[in-house]
Write a new protein. Structure first.
Length: 68
């Protein structure tokens, strides 16, 4: 996937996907989440849709953790 190097002025970037894993019950904004696959590879085709407010909360927590 290094096709950006084919450009006359390459602009490489990093793109990653993060899937938080947890071994305990997780509560976000009154919603409960259980990671039944913790300790195993996650199911690739499984839907992971969560409410936008919860996505924003996860982003905020990850951002705070990474910037300690």
């Amino acid at each position: 996937m290094n096709s950006f190097y084919k450009d006359s002025d390459p602009d490489p970037h990093l793109h990653i996907h993060v899937r938080p894993r947890y071994d305990k019950l997780l509560m976000l904004n009154g919603n409960t989440y259980i990671d039944n696959e913790f300790g195993h590879h996650y199911a690739v085709k499984r839907s992971g849709a969560i409410p936008l407010k919860d996505k924003e909360e996860v982003f905020t927590r990850l951002n705070e953790w990474m910037n300690r």
